[in-house]
Design a protein around this ligand. Sequence first.
Ligand SMILES: Nc1ncnc2c1ncn2[C@@H]1O[C@H](COP(=O)(O)OP(=O)(O)OP(=O)(O)O)[C@@H](O)[C@H]1O
Length: 308
Amino acid sequence: MTTIEVDGLRKRFGPTLALDGMSFTVRPGHVTGFVGPNGAGKSTTMRVVLGLDTAEEGTALIGGRPYRSLSRPLSHVGALLDAAALQPSRSARDHLLWLARSQGLPARRVNEVIERTGLGTAARRRAGGFSLGMRQRLGIAAALLGDPAAIMLDEPFNGLDPEGIVWMRDLLAELAGQGRAVLVSSHLMSELQDTAARVVVVGRGRVIADTSVAELLATASGGRVTLRTSAVPEAARLLKEAGASVNALDGDALTVTGPTAEEIVALLGAHAVPFSEVSSYRASLEEAYMELTRDAVEYRATGSETGR
Ligand SMILES: Nc1ncnc2c1ncn2[C@@H]1O[C@H](COP(=O)(O)OP(=O)(O)OP(=O)(O)O)[C@@H](O)[C@H]1O
């Protein structure tokens, strides 16, 4: 099973410490989101994995081997780094044919990836005239050409319309479902909602959290329960007596921490305190992410060395 393993990467660009001990593993079978504020080191990490940049320290391995030791790299790892980087006068199809030939891949793979990425008839048009969304599709087509077990996409949702975003999510899920290791960067956590099973959250060149999305949401939700009642003082008194911590939310709503929603319902019911809602609070992925990266963003906003 192919993994992408990054261990202890450190890299400077002049005074900027772009990577500061970046370490994580992307495992096969699910989509791993790679998220962090601008300048957190996501693109640099991917460039180091692909041998386009060298780190001063640390290792980056694909299926246990450095990129430069792979004889036909496209058959091991497919990547989309910069969708704008293509030869504008060439048709999408010719671009893919040229790539396939350079890697010893059969021309039929070109037809397959054109079909798979929905490029269709546009594949015969000059790539220079493509919208960003079409360029993203072409970049994905190139990444899939060698049928690689590892896939790395840098901001693949950029430039996609809502229909394109749904298409991309489905594609990522399918690729992961086929047992590939899929790493997808984004600076918007919401783009990864319903797509990534795991997230590696980064800031200032290092990993802040490496966790499953479910765990991240559970932590951010913090076991809070929202209670809506027309008897706020009575409900608050009862709950506090039962050891809960209670905070006023708005007019008739309270946030309760300690007991579960079921325990609250039982307590209020036993004392005939009316309520219209008792629900476990569910933090959004975006909220969890904002909480985690707050320090990284503040650090950059004060003119740090990792800021752009
Ligand atoms: N070629 C370069 N020369 C100088 N500094 C660079 C270079 N590439 C990256 N950096 C700096 O390294 C840091 C990490 O940048 P990187 O592009 O990896 O971040 P990122 O997380 O991908 O951000 P974004 O979401 O904006 O793409 C930033 O401070 C950036 O300005």
